[in-house]
Design a protein around this ligand. Sequence first.
Ligand code: FEO
Length: 162
Amino acid sequence: MINEKVAALLNEQINKEIYSAYLYLDMSNYFDARGLDGFAKWYMVQAREELDHALRIYRYMQDNDSAVTLLAIEQPSRGYDNTLDVLNTALEHEEYVTNSIHTIYCEADKQHDLRTMEFLQWFINEQGEEETNARDLITKLRIFANDGKGLYLLNQELGERE
Ligand code: FEO
């Protein structure tokens, strides 16, 4: 059985992960509309991963006899100034999610919910990778995409993500 306070945070995290999927779908939508199909694909893959994160938590709660309440998903679109603005927003969002995961972990620790602490370890590692990916993308854009040719090549590279 998952501790009640921890379960409430996990339930909210399902919503945050689905919102993440929605946010990345919106970013994919932004790039699709501008003909940057590689960027669009990269964020589409990201959206799918986020949905997988939400379902992992959902499964964990169900398997541990903890009730799930599906909450409303916020509209993600706020419009973006340019490509860098999208990439910076993605990094900020991942930092926000990392903090959220850490908060649940700390609460689980406080409540001696060892099973949830073990479960969250995967997410803690994953967030490290997600932040690195988001930061690397910003670096690549800054270094290589100063002209049309650089942007074209970066778009091609991102389109290879499976
Ligand atoms: Fe599931 Fe990128 O946080």
